[in-house]
Design a protein around this ligand. Structure first.
Ligand SMILES: Nc1ncnc2c1ncn2[C@@H]1O[C@H](COP(=O)(O)OP(=O)(O)OP(=O)(O)O)[C@@H](O)[C@H]1O
Length: 347
């Protein structure tokens, strides 16, 4: 059980604040994703949690004990954390078993106990049958499984993962996502997972901290980030959707917009230089309507996705909208759409 708390943590490199007053509480057993575009500071946050990088301001607590402040930094090996890297970082001269068992040997674990622990970790990542192989005889996915087993054999309180799937193709990524999820559920360890891939973060995490330029924009469940993004930037970054604008005001009090309100916001004459409202519409809330009903639009893009088509259409006021349909529709066809719901962005 391990609860991790970051309190106003900042990092300055050569006068540049690359992490700016980040606060996070990660409850024990959580799978947290640190998500953001390249250079936003996620790896730096992870390295400060691991103890590889001292904090410039603020403090980090593990189970209420200070592990990092601006004047103290408990060394990484005393933090009961373990890190998995994008590059796997396996020892090339050791076979799979020795790579996984190395930390145990250092601790003096021997004989039956050693074999049982290593074997358990290898079984957990489906690698027991390749225990005698050398790293250069393994695929990328198998190497990453070994790296995960090596990290877990020491039963860390917190597992830190820095873009661990970035070097794998999309099929392997999907199967490794399953491995991570199942493993985390089995061990109930706290996982902190850095990625720039929002689909990966959504698939894996219980909680996501979305970072932009050194600050946390939103810290929420994947569902809340998707349904109630706090800003236009988060709405664009998480999931697919259309950001629409109107010079009319929503008559509704809350941020959830009904079909009627959206029709008012998108009525003719509501798109001018003076836009008052910005709102998000997800593609699954858009349906084809009968001719002459709903909003008129012209299809200008179609992508076949296997189980359905993804269409982009232009509304009468030139705004673009994304929707899905199982039906094949020709380009340049005039269609009619109903939008069941939307979400107001901004205050
Ligand atoms: N040791 C360092 N010295 C100086 N600047 C650094 C150092 N490490 C990172 N930075 C800078 O801090 C900023 C954040 O880097 P960081 O690696 O944390 O971002 P990131 O979000 O993980 O990016 P990526 O996804 O590309 O790895 C970047 O502008 C980077 O150039």
């Amino acid at each position: 059980m391990a609860k991790l708390v970051l309190e106003n943590v900042s990092k300055v490199f050569a006068d540049q604040k690359v992490v700016d007053s980040v606060s996070l509480t990660v409850e024990s057993g959580t799978f947290l994703a640190l998500l953001g575009p390249s250079g936003c500071g996620k790896t730096t946050v992870l390295r400060m949690i691991a103890g590889f990088e001292p904090v410039s301001e603020g403090r980090i607590l593990l189970d209420d004990k200070e592990i990092s402040t601006s004047h103290t930094n408990i060394p990484p090996e005393q933090r009961e954390m373990s890190m998995v890297f994008q590059s796997y970082a396996l020892w090339p001269h050791m076979n799979v078993m020795d790579n996984v068992g190395y930390a145990l040997k250092i601790k003096g674990v021997k004989g039956e106990a050693y074999l049982a622990e290593v074997n358990d970790a290898l079984i957990a990542v489906n690698m027991a049958h390749l225990a005698k192989r050398m790293p250069n005889e393994l695929s990328g996915g198998q190497r990453q499984r070994v790296a995960l087993a090596r990290c877990l054999v020491s039963h860390p309180k917190i597992v830190l993962l820095d873009e661990p799937l970035a070097n794998l193709d999309q099929y392997l990524r999907a199967s490794m996502e399953d491995t991570f999820r199942e493993f985390q559920a089995k061990t109930n360890a706290t996982f902190i997972y850095v990625t720039h891939d929002q689909a990966e973060a959504m698939a894996l995490a219980d909680k996501i901290a979305v970072m932009k330029q050194g600050v946390i924009e939103q810290f929420d469940s994947p569902q809340s980030l998707y349904q109630t993004p706090c800003s236009e930037w988060v709405a664009r970054f998480i999931g697919q959707g259309s950001i629409l604008k109107s010079s009319a005001r929503s008559p509704e009090k809350g941020k959830q917009l009904s079909k009627q309100t959206i029709e008012t916001l998108l009525a003719p004459g509501t798109f001018s230089a003076n836009q008052l409202q910005t709102f998000l519409v997800r593609p699954q809330h858009i349906h084809l309507a009968q001719e002459g009903q709903g909003l008129q639009a012209l299809i200008f893009n179609r992508v076949f996705k296997g189980e359905r088509y993804a269409y982009k259409a232009r509304l009468h006021n030139d705004q673009e909208i994304l929707f899905f349909s199982e039906s094949y529709l020709p380009l340049n066809k005039t269609i009619y759409l109903t939008i069941e719901q939307g979400y107001l962005l901004g205050d």
